[in-house]
Design a protein around this ligand. Structure first.
Ligand SMILES: [Zn+2]
Length: 382
């Protein structure tokens, strides 16, 4: 039994129009009206069409027989309101998220799923919410957040690496029922990606129920700035009016671009406008607008790949995973490549404790530990 909705899901994921997909399939007599009727459940597809569609859409034919996950509720305003993204692009991004999340849920069945430790902070000011978020993530106000994406996953947000890039989108957030989701698109520079993930996290805690007011973007930015570069720490780090070269060192330590650090200094009143302009001019004179010095490591989410390793053995076994997901092997590899292997994680997260299920420390135990030691726990070993 073929579910037409599943064909539509895969078609929209790869942003095929009906006509483009028909050309790709290239079967005489298979036309737009037939495809439309199949997608709408008004006509059956014969086995030959099904197999050709599966090849074109990089899945296995049984993908089309599976029930679809209820549509995700997009939260990022750029997915909802008018934005520079086309409707087809927005739909494609959400279809990718849906498809990966379906597999995420399936894989979770052989592990212990983690509960979301996110709190709704809609009544807090963005900077206060960021401070609270630092506590939830297990960091005080004076430490850099070394691998933000991993910390966010430990908090119970499902972070999906999407093998697709968009000029006007780095990341987005959505809800699958009560499950918070952050999707990360490919092709974003590492420092910008960290800021975007922090921004989306801000939307999740601040705007779940108040998404329509005009200030949401600025609030998510304030949240992200305070989360990555807290005022208290920056008062020490940035107060001495650092030179550009010193800023490049601070960048590597805090995982925030030089340009962002200048903006933050200005925002916090540590430098005046003249100094900010002078720093920006020096940046452009040195060609730093194109490529800044300083290193920020690229952060991929880990949980999806880890779940796949638990279910399908080390590697994981791509063939086994393709069978279970009803994806083609290349689709499996493309998606897995957007999720971190164990050796792509920073060393400070190692060693990984091998417990059954996804190794996420529950926040209650972190809090107990904090209370017992009287100091915040900076690193949670996965
Ligand atoms: Zn936003």
């Amino acid at each position: 039994m073929i579910v037409g909705e599943r064909i539509r899901q895969a078609r929209e994921m790869f942003q095929f129009t009906h006509t483009a997909l028909i050309d790709e399939v290239g079967l005489p007599g298979f036309n737009q009206s037939r495809l439309s009727r199949i997608e709408n459940g008004l006509a059956d597809a014969d086995p030959e069409i099904i197999e050709l569609l599966a090849v074109a859409l990089r899945v296995r034919s049984d993908f089309f027989a599976r029930p679809a996950l209820p549509a995700l509720a997009p939260q990022s305003p750029q997915l909802r309101a008018r934005s520079r993204l086309t409707t087809a692009s927005k739909t494609a991004v959400m279809r990718w998220a849906q498809t990966i999340l379906e597999e995420y849920y399936r894989l979770e069945q052989s592990a212990s799923p983690l509960m979301s430790g996110l709190e709704d902070m809609q009544d807090a000011r963005p900077a206060e919410a960021a401070g609270r978020m630092r506590q939830l993530l297990g960091f005080d106000d004076f430490s850099p957040l070394p691998y933000l994406v991993l910390a966010v996953e430990r908090l119970g947000v499902s972070v999906l690496g999407i093998p697709r890039s968009e000029d006007h989108m780095d990341a987005f957030c959505a809800w699958s029922g009560d499950r918070p989701i952050i999707g990360i698109l490919a092709g974003t520079p590492a420092d910008r990606l960290r800021f975007s993930v922090a921004h989306e996290l801000g939307h999740l805690v601040l705007h779940r129920h108040v998404n329509r007011r005009p200030t949401v973007e600025a609030e998510a930015d304030s949240f992200a700035s305070e989360l990555l570069t807290p005022r208290a720490a920056m008062g020490v780090v940035l107060l001495r009016n650092p030179t550009l070269s010193q800023l490049a060192i601070i960048k590597s330590e805090w995982g925030v671009s030089v340009k962002n650090l200048i903006r933050r200094s200005r925002e916090l009143g540590f430098i005046d406008q003249d100094r900010a302009v002078s720093l920006y001019k020096q940046m452009s004179a040195r060609g730093w607008n194109k490529k800044e010095p300083g290193f920020v490591s690229y952060e991929k989410p880990r949980a999806f790949r880890k779940l796949a390793e638990i279910s399908h053995g080390p590697g994981p076994n791509v063939e086994a995973m393709a069978r279970s997901a009803a994806w083609s092997e290349t689709l499996v590899m493309d998606v897995l490549n957007r999720h971190a292997r164990i050796d792509e994680l920073p060393h400070e997260s190692a060693p990984i404790r091998h417990v059954r299920g996804i190794n996420v420390v529950d926040l209650a135990s972190v809090r107990r530990k904090q209370q017992a030691t009287g100091s915040p726990v900076n690193r949670i070993l996965l």
